[in-house]
Design a binder for this molecule. Structure first.
Ligand SMILES: [Zn+2]
Length: 484
């Protein structure tokens, strides 16, 4: 192990406080001279043990960060910000304007869920005649989120901005979700650059609908901290996925079946609509009624429309020519619960896109309870399904499942579509890193792998060693980076 001071002319320290050896809870504290900056401050997501880790670590409190730099609006990157603010943070939170808008949607939704969970626990405790415990309290509420939103300061892509004494940041397109960024951090002392660090944030694959492809900055960098979610995987090519998607829809239409697509509200729902438009445009499927049955996905779709200036060329053309609107003219937004319930009595064929993405909450549960035993119905799973969720049970082919307390035989046709991920796979991660390294001899750059389980980052690390002759660093939470 080398001493940190030998990596940088002036000491820069980086400590991860989440997403190190796992995929949630992204947070890095960067310290330089008297300055400290927090990059992302996300929620740990998973089971009860993960919930208990959602705190502001003492080290972060003690360092009084001058600024927060936010890569994108997913909850596992921004979800602990209201805790920071509740703990007294009043500095700026730098983000692109789309990230600010989407973070408002994401954090408000999380606060509402926290508040209603709390009410439920309070009622149960009253019934049982016991006192509420600290763990029963909501992590944060809507007023914490409102205070957090006041601290946002909007940044433009590719524009240097002084974020703290001696620290400049530049946001680069990351192609993962609307507004997402890789953040370049430049540390200077008395006008001399002492170190450059690049945080990849989450990286998208090329050709994601609406979004521009990632634009890796060319450095040279002393340190690159990069995600490794799918560092051990290669995604199925999109053309194959589209063929499979078309075939399911055509079959369902011919048997007048109802099609249910569980989906995350932001990103995935809009992408599915885009893919359907593409299948209609290329005449691979007929026009059929489509219901976007998620208030949050509806809001997110409006935000996408508001930020169309961020779209890539292809999507801009589809929007400007009216093609997207025309091919999606059978889409209806079902805002209210009544509109959603009305779908029960409607005859197929039609498509329902509803949350939650892993069938563990939301309106999709009602639809599945009503239709899972119908052999003409189809369920299309397009994303990762965590162990224990209803979605995972359907993917695993269970014959009977419990939905909202009802035990139901699974007779609907369950399909799993790969290839729609918003994360770059191993070949694309390697390519992104290759672009970052082009302007410097690779041996002088330290590559730190985070935001991936150990299996994924080990595999990516091996490939980086083979391809670029760089030994990667795989840190754990709370360990200040000591690069080899
Ligand atoms: Zn993300």
């Amino acid at each position: 192990m080398r001493d940190q001071s030998s990596i940088f002319e002036a000491m820069i320290e980086i400590t991860p406080y989440g997403a190190a050896g796992e995929v949630t809870g992204s947070a890095y504290l960067l310290r330089f001279e008297q300055t400290s900056v927090l990059v992302d401050f996300g929620l740990f997501q998973g089971d009860k043990e993960d919930d208990a880790r959602n705190v502001v670590p003492g080290e972060i409190h003690r360092n009084h960060p001058h600024a927060v730099l936010l890569t994108h609006a997913h909850l596992d990157h921004c979800g602990r910000l209201p805790l920071l603010v509740e703990g007294g943070y009043r500095g700026p939170i730098y983000a692109t304007d789309a990230t600010r808008d989407l973070a408002e949607l994401v954090l408000m939704d999380a606060a509402h869920i926290q508040e209603s969970d709390y009410e439920r626990r309070k009622k149960r405790a009253q019934k049982q005649g016991r006192k509420l415990q600290r763990t029963d309290l909501p992590l944060f509420d809507t007023s914490d989120v409102e205070q957090t939103l006041e601290l946002f300061s909007v940044v433009e892509y590719n524009t240097p901005i002084d974020v703290a004494p001696g620290v400049t940041a530049i946001y680069h397109e990351a192609g993962h979700m609307l507004g997402s960024a890789s953040i370049e951090v430049i540390c200077s002392s008395n006008g001399n650059v002492c170190g450059r660090v690049l945080f990849s944030g989450d990286l998208g694959p090329p050709q994601l609908p609406f979004l521009r492809d990632p634009e890796p900055p060319s450095g040279p960098f002393d340190v690159v901290v990069m995600e490794s979610t799918y560092g051990d995987r290669e995604h199925r090519p999109l053309d194959e996925t589209m063929e499979q998607f078309a075939a399911i829809l055509v079959e369902a239409v011919s048997s007048k079946g109802k099609i249910f697509i569980p989906s995350f509200a932001i990103g995935r729902s809009q992408n599915i609509l885009y893919y359907i438009a593409e299948l209609v445009r290329t005449k691979r499927i007929p026009r059929i009624p489509i219901y976007l049955d998620s208030p949050m996905a509806i809001k997110a779709s409006h935000l996408y429309a508001d930020h169309h200036d961020l779209f890539d060329e292809e999507s801009t053309e589809l929007v400007e020519s009216g093609s997207l609107r025309d091919n999606l003219r059978t889409v209806r937004f079902t805002e209210t619960a009544e509109e959603s319930k009305a779908l029960n009595t409607k005859e197929g064929p039609f498509v329902v896109i509803a949350g939650a993405g892993m069938c563990n909450a939301g309106r999709i549960l009602h639809h599945l309870r009503n239709n899972i035993s119908d052999p003409t119905a189809h369920v299309i799973i397009t994303g990762y399904q965590a162990y224990g969720t209803l979605g995972r049970k359907l993917v695993d082919g269970l014959e009977n499942v419990s939905i909202m307390g009802d035990y139901k035989p699974v007779r609907a046709q369950i399909h799993t579509l790969g290839g729609m991920s918003a994360h770059a796979d191993k070949p694309h991660l390697l390519k992104w890193l290759g672009s970052v390294l082009t302007s410097a001899p690779s041996a002088s750059t330290h590559v730190v792998l985070t935001h991936g389980e150990d299996e994924a980052r080990d595999a990516l690390g091996e490939s980086i060693a083979e391809q670029y002759s760089i030994q990667t660093v795989l840190p754990y939470n709370g360990i200040t980076l000591e690069l080899p």
